[in-house]
Ligand binder design. Sequence first.
Ligand code: EPZ
Length: 423
Amino acid sequence: MEKFRIRGGRRLVGEVRISGSKNAALPCLAATLLTSEPVTLPGLPRVRDIVTMERVLAALGESCEHVNGATRAVAGRSGAFHAPYELVRTMRASVLVLGPLLARRHRARVALPGGCAIGARPVDFHLEALARLGADLRIESGDVVAEAPRGLCGSDIVFPRITVTGTENLLMAAVLSRGRTILRNCALEPEVEDLARMLAAMGARINGIGTSTLEVEGVESLRGADHNVIPDRIEAGTYVIAAVLAGSGVTVSRCRPVHLAALLTVLGEAGVTFSVRADAIDVPEQEVRPRAASLETAEYPGFATDLQAQFLTLATQAMGTSSITEAIFENRFQHVLELKRLGASIAVEGPTAHVHGPTHLDGTTVMASDLRASASLVLAGLVAGGETVVDRIYHLDRGYEAMEVKLNALGAQVERFNPGPYL
Ligand code: EPZ
């Protein structure tokens, strides 16, 4: 099982280029099921979740070629409709094939995603809304079995709680449904907007893109398209935090600063100095430690839950006691115990972590538990004394493209190694 060995105390200098957004690429790849024509997606990040989604699509009869850095997907006229458990269990976002399969093939069999480290993460909102579009749904041997023999029919749907992939699944179902669908209380995440723009380029008729109410007029069929996904705002935020923690002049480029407004606001309030350009964020060496901050994660445009763990690591080095409240998931403090092994002083009370800083961190072995928790441990290793070994970095590889390559290019010392089959 691969690990990272990180030598702490190295300063980061230079430019890091952000990859395409994993969480935009996943729904866009699922949307390729909505047409028989080729869809080209340049610049998708080479991360495990993308590879998994391409394998799910292959199981559904789709071909995915990689030509000159672009993914060319052709669903063709396959009638396959079963997304197998072996693949879905490794990535819950596989549930995103449910909507497009129902919309175009009128049936789907998708393994129910299990829980994961950060919470139960049910998909009840997805299923209830698809039933409103006329799908017959049942659970059979751990699979969602969905059928709509006469196709889907538009409806007025209100999500009981904002759900990112729920919004994306239903948007993909609605574009080929008969008549009008109104989706209310939609997620505003940039990745949802990016999917909507790709669907529109394929010929879908969507009003309200970028707002919480999406009105869709169903069409008979969709054409292929070429679509560049947006930069990964969570990767960008992770490197901005790395630059604040250990940087002596770092530029985070090829990103969309506007997608990071909540993080940048909190950093500004904490006294962090940085400047913003159209597609880059410049972080000079910090002359003083950041002040402690208090924040609560929220749906976009609020503070992203996917940056909570990384910010918590920064809070261990801030002056004072920070209060960080996780309001989206019920169990997203897995990284806290590992950070305490490094010497962090953190007290968790219900959904809030109280982080006392600054604390000296001493390198040791820590274990990643989920994608963003593993990023927070790598960030801690950059500033911890001595050597930090982060185990189970397969979690990291799900959503960060070549993280050790990008960090070492900035001057870090991160070694990826595999101690052998029994460790
Ligand atoms: C998306 O997950 C992201 N994944 C997550 O990123 C991100 O943390 C999350 O949105 C919140 O921003 C992708 O886009 C592939 P939700 P999603 O549905 O859609 C509850 C990462 O690190 N809920 O918005 O699964 C749910 O349990 C990943 O890249 C229901 O109860 O999240 C959660 O508490 C981690 N029933 C809340 O709503 C449902 O049917 C928000 O979940 C759906 C959701």
